[in-house]
Design a binder for this molecule. Structure first.
Ligand code: ATP
Ligand code: MG
Length: 501
């Protein structure tokens, strides 16, 4: 049993946790729920020894725990999958998984590679990671990195397993595997603490849920005794209603046409078009080729080829800069932490990098700082980015708020064709609705043409007016009739399921 008493933690200018007291029983899966910036990751980091609390105590099986660091935590049987993906890129997948256990494989003659790779392969199979243990970790997709982290936590025989948004980059299909493993561990008496913004997951997996809001403890309830709406209300402190979006006025003009997109092993023979003002969904399991196709379009895949026509003109796109500045085509990456943000720079700087050129005086070449500041403040407000100021460093924001900064940055870029890859991964339900609203307005009010890559089926059904289904690096189906409201949600899900079967 793990007991927290009166835990508090502050950072310069931010009180992350006030006074958290909660008990996690042995053999239970216990969710932590709260909005972006509520303090969940901070709490996870205190339990695992990354941070020390300013006040309060932690007891494990009745004994006080005073962890000095995370290795200390591991020694006490506390394993963690952090929200930030922590992978050593230059070594193999197997070494990443066994990083904390390398001593176990060390002999005077060097590492027992065969045993290490075999043990790693077993864990990889368990989590559904279809790679070779020897593969270099740096080349993995976000989902594969996440599965690697999960396998790494499982490599330690933990008493307490902390999972901070373990499913943010993987699809339901892969998450199911994780849930089966977690249930097995629970039945063996492991305490599992699970952070997720996906409410369905919390209901499917967790016995109890503790809600925190602005660093304060709101309460603990059993999932079988509460309904989704009440849980969300507990979390955001008010009633929550889902907004219905209407019909899009899609233009006649084809703004983007892509034929014969190809990149060996990544995407094959993809053909599609996008109309002005349309929201086109790309659905598929992780690795189905959606992001790969986007990368060809923005000139990020040197081996990829495609016949691309933008507003009737054949174009060759060789770099992201060409895509953005010459063709007004932007790709908002799913891999925001690694590609989308400069973590050591401020919120304001990160949001402005795409607009500097626009607000540079044509003769004097000075940047209109005041105007940029206004735009940034508006973005912070519109997207409810939780930050003490524009000067805060991005690395100090909570995960969900970092996502919002990255999206704000690209929306500021003022491109007409936007490819938005998994926009709401890691954001809380309230913010998710706001981002949906924003994307909808971009199309409906500003006439932008949008490709929405999402593994979140409800999200696609809400926003997309046509859906292309990807499987095994190919486009295998198209679902139309969404804008006319002809298909029910069940019917859409059924059709998608058929294409994927
Ligand atoms: N190292 C740090 N320096 C300054 N502030 C920090 C630091 N780490 C976290 N914070 C702040 O503490 C608060 C709680 O952050 P935390 O990461 O715990 O939130 P969270 O509940 O995990 O949110 P999310 O759902 O977005 O991941 C936020 O306001 C965040 O900006
Ligand atoms: Mg977090």
């Amino acid at each position: 049993m793990l007991e927290l008493q009166g835990i508090g933690k502050s950072f310069p200018g931010v009180r992350a946790l006030h006074d958290i007291s909660v008990t996690f029983q042995q053999g239970e899966v216990h969710a932590l729920l709260g909005e972006n910036g509520a303090g969940k990751s901070t709490l996870i980091k205190i339990i695992s020894g990354f941070y020390q609390p300013d006040h309060g105590t932690v007891h494990l099986d009745g004994l006080p725990l005073n962890l000095r660091n995370f290795t200390d935590g591991l020694k006490h049987g506390i394993a963690v999958v952090n929200q930030e993906i922590q992978i050593v890129p230059d070594v193999s997948v197997a070494e990443n998984i066994m990083l904390e256990r390398l001593d176990h494989y060390r002999t005077p003659l060097g590492l027992r590679w065969k045993a290490l790779n075999q043990d790693a392969a077993r864990l990889m199979a368990l989590v559904g990671l279809e790679l070779k243990p020897e593969d270099r970790a740096g080349g993995l997709s976000a989902a594969q990195k996440q599965l690697t982290q999960i396998a790494k936590a499982l490599a330690v025989n933990a008493k307490v397993l902390l999972l901070d948004e373990p499913t943010s980059s993987i699809t339901l299909h892969e998450a199911e595997k994780l849930f089966t493993i977690v249930r097995g561990l629970r039945d063996q008496g492991v305490t599992v603490i699970f952070v997720s913004h996906k409410i369905e997951e919390i209901f499917a997996l967790c016995d109890k849920v503790t809600v925190i809001r602005d660093g304060l403890m709101i309460g603990t309830v059993e999932t079988k005794n509460i309904k989704t709406n009440d849980l969300v209300a507990m979390m955001i402190g008010r009633e929550y209603a889902v907004k219905q979006l209407g019909t899009l006025a899609i233009g006649e003009e084809t703004v983007l046409e892509v034929n014969n997109a190809y990149s060996a092993g990544k995407i094959h023979d993809a053909n599609f078009h996008l109309k002005q003002g349309e929201i086109l969904g790309f659905y598929g399991l992780v690795g189905a080729g959606r992001t790969q196709l986007a990368r060809i379009l923005i000139g990020e895949d040197p081996a990829g080829t495609a016949d691309i026509t933008i507003r009737g003109k054949k174009v060759k796109i060789r770099s992201v800069a060409e895509a953005v500045y010459q063709h007004r085509l932007a790709y908002i990456t799913e891999n925001r932490k690694e590609e989308g943000l400069i973590l050591d720079f401020s919120v304001g700087t990160n949001m402005a990098v795409t607009i500097w050129e626009r607000f540079r005086h044509s003769v004097l070449r000075v940047i209109d700082d005041k105007r940029i500041r206004q735009i940034n403040l508006k973005s912070v407000e519109e997207m409810s980015i939780k930050t003490p100021s524009l000067e805060q460093l991005v690395k100090n924001l909570s995960g969900g708020n970092q996502q919002k900064v990255s999206i704000a940055k690209w929306l500021n870029a003022d491109c007409d064709i936007l490819i938005i890859d998994e926009p709401t991964v890691g954001v809380d339900v309230g913010a998710k609705a706001q981002i949906h609203d924003l994307i909808w307005k971009l199309a409906s009010e500003q006439g932008k043409s949008i490709i929405l890559i999402s593994s979140d089926m409800p999200e696609l059904i809400t926003l997309a007016r046509r859906i292309l289904v990807f499987r095994d690096q190919r486009i295998v189906g198209e679902i139309t009739g969404l804008n006319e409201g002809e298909l029910s949600q069940t019917e859409i899900s059924r059709q998608i399921g058929q294409y994927l079967a």
